[in-house]
Design a protein. Structure first.
Length: 266
C-alpha cells in the first residue's frame, strides 16, 4: 500500500491489478484506470501554426549557434541543442496563480503543491450577448453535478482548429464575473478552460473573472489556479475524472502545464 503526501484530499492509494488503483476521497471509494491517460494539453510548436494569443509572435525552437557550431545533428553537431523561446500565457496550455494579476511577485511553483484532484468535465455552448460569447453562471450551474476540486470547461464549437487557432483580435468567449464567483463559492480550487483567458480579450484591464475566482479584493486564494488553453476531444464524455495537473518548475506566475485525466470506473 502506498500513501501519498496529499493529506488534504485524504487519498489512499491501493495497487489493484496491473494498472488500476482504488482511491478514497472523503470516504467515497473510486477505481481509476491508469492505463488510459487522457492528455488535454496542447503542444508547443516552433512555427506559426502554434495556437497563439495576446498579439505576440509564434514560439521559436532553434538550434544554438556559436561561431561555427550549430546545435543540430543534421548540421554536423553530435547532439541536438536547441533554444526555446515562448510565452506561457500566449502559446499553449498553462497554469497560473494569483501572481498573474498582483503587484507583488507570486510563483505558480510556490503555490501549486498538490497535483492530484477529482475534476469534472462539462461542455458549454457560450451564450451570445451583444457582440460577445459569454459563459454565464446559469450555463455552468446547469451542467455541474459533482462540485469537486476542479472543473474543466469545454466550449462549443469544439473544432480541431483550437489546436492552431490565432486568437488575437478575435474576441473569444469568456466567463462572466458572476460565473467565476459561483465557482469560488462552490470551493472549486482549480479552473481549467479551452480558451486563452477566462476574461474578455479587451476589458480595459478589469480582469473581473480572474479577480472573482481568486477573491482578489478579500482573503486571496493563493492555492487556487487557472489553467487556460486546454483541449478536450469530442470523444471524451462529460463527467468525473481523476486528474494529474503537472507544471514545469518555473519561478513565474504561470508555467506550461500538462493536465492528464484518468477515467473513473463504475
Amino acid at each position: 500500500m502506498f500513501y501519498p503526501k496529499d493529506k488534504k484530499l485524504r487519498l489512499k492509494f491501493y495497487i489493484f491489478k496491473s494498472m488500476e488503483i482504488k482511491i478514497n476521497v472523503d470516504e467515497v471509494e473510486y477505481t481509476v484506470d491508469l492505463a488510459k491517460p487522457i492528455d488535454i494539453s496542447t503542444t508547443i510548436f516552433g512555427h506559426e501554426k502554434n495556437p497563439n494569443a495576446w498579439y505576440v509572435s509564434h514560439p521559436k525552437i532553434e538550434p544554438v549557434v556559436m561561431g561555427d557550431f550549430v546545435g543540430k545533428v543534421t548540421e554536423g553537431s553530435s547532439t541536438n541543442f536547441f533554444n526555446i523561446h515562448f510565452n506561457p500565457h500566449a502559446h499553449g496550455t498553462h497554469t497560473e496563480c494569483i501572481g498573474h494579476i498582483t503587484e507583488e511577485f507570486h510563483s505558480i511553483n510556490e503555490y501549486l503543491k498538490e497535483f492530484h484532484f477529482l475534476a469534472e468535465l462539462i461542455t458549454i455552448n457560450p451564450e451570445k450577448i451583444g457582440e460577445d460569447l459569454v459563459i454565464t453562471k446559469e450555463l455552468i450551474e446547469e451542467k455541474m453535478r459533482y462540485f469537486k476540486d476542479a472543473i474543466i470547461i469545454r466550449t462549443l464549437p469544439n473544432e480541431d482548429e483550437k489546436l492552431s487557432k490565432q486568437y488575437s483580435n478575435t474576441n473569444p468567449a469568456y466567463l462572466t464575473e458572476e460565473a467565476a464567483l459561483f465557482l469560488r463559492e462552490k470551493q472549486i480550487k482549480h479552473l481549467l478552460i479551452d480558451l486563452p483567458s477566462v476574461d474578455k480579450e479587451r476589458d480595459e484591464g478589469k480582469l473581473v473573472a480572474h479577480k472573482a475566482f481568486w477573491n482578489y479584493e478579500g482573503e486571496r486564494r493563493y492555492d487556487a489556479t487557472i489553467t487556460e488553453f486546454v483541449y478536450v476531444p469530442d470523444a471524451i464524455e462529460d463527467g468525473l475524472f481523476f486528474m494529474n495537473l503537472q507544471i514545469a518548475s518555473f519561478e513565474n506566475d504561470a508555467s506550461p502545464s500538462k493536465p492528464i485525466l484518468y477515467q473513473i470506473k463504475s
